[in-house]
Design a binder for this molecule. Sequence first.
Ligand code: SAM
Length: 211
Amino acid sequence: MKKQERDFDKEAATWDDHPARVKLAEDVAGAIIRQVALTPDMEVLDFGCGTGLLALRIAPLVKSVTGADSSRGMLKVLEAKAAKQGLSNISTRHLDAGSRISGAYDLIVSSMTFHHVEHVGVLLGELFQALKVPGCLCVADLDSDGGRFHEDNGGVFHFGFGKSALGEMFRQAGFAKVRKVPAAKVDKPDRTGKLRKFSIFLMIGEKSEKN
Ligand SMILES: C[S@@+](CC[C@H](N)C(=O)[O-])C[C@H]1O[C@@H](n2cnc3c(N)ncnc32)[C@H](O)[C@@H]1O
């Protein structure tokens, strides 16, 4: 499915200039806050954090947020925004393609990044390992979009995710109490100019002693 790499470094400076993108992140943050009891002692990882649209909303509610991303350009923008907002509990981590995800987090969040990851099953295994017990993973991404969401499908490995496929992958990685809730809706023209509705889900899985 992937045609070519997408240059997120190049897009970083103007990433936040799209109101629909900012609203989507707000809606995803709202869905996470409704599903997970965020507490001031929590250490959180935002995988594929981009410019921190989600990380910056969560940071005031928890102990720390690590924003991890393969784009140094995105991380620089996040660092500048965190400094400007006086948020000292945000750190960044650059991930090379294929880097392993280590750490010990209470919560891992990810928004609109999984469709850019080829081997989602492998990633889920790594995220599971990087969680404490108890720990929780929240992944927001597109419901199946038939390849219509992006103007250019370069760097897109999955045209959204079907009803149960991702949930099954969560379970295979070891997650329990896997559930999916609606998180956001985006109305936007596809590349033919036709206005379309896209829906974004939030999939939640827990790592518990019984897993
Ligand atoms: C569509 S953007 C979403 C950014 C942010 N979560 C948001 O909602 O605005 C996808 C992000 O994932 C990052 N990314 C893509 N593949 C990645 C990978 N394998 N590991 C880490 N980050 C990745 C990109 O650099 C980009 O910042």
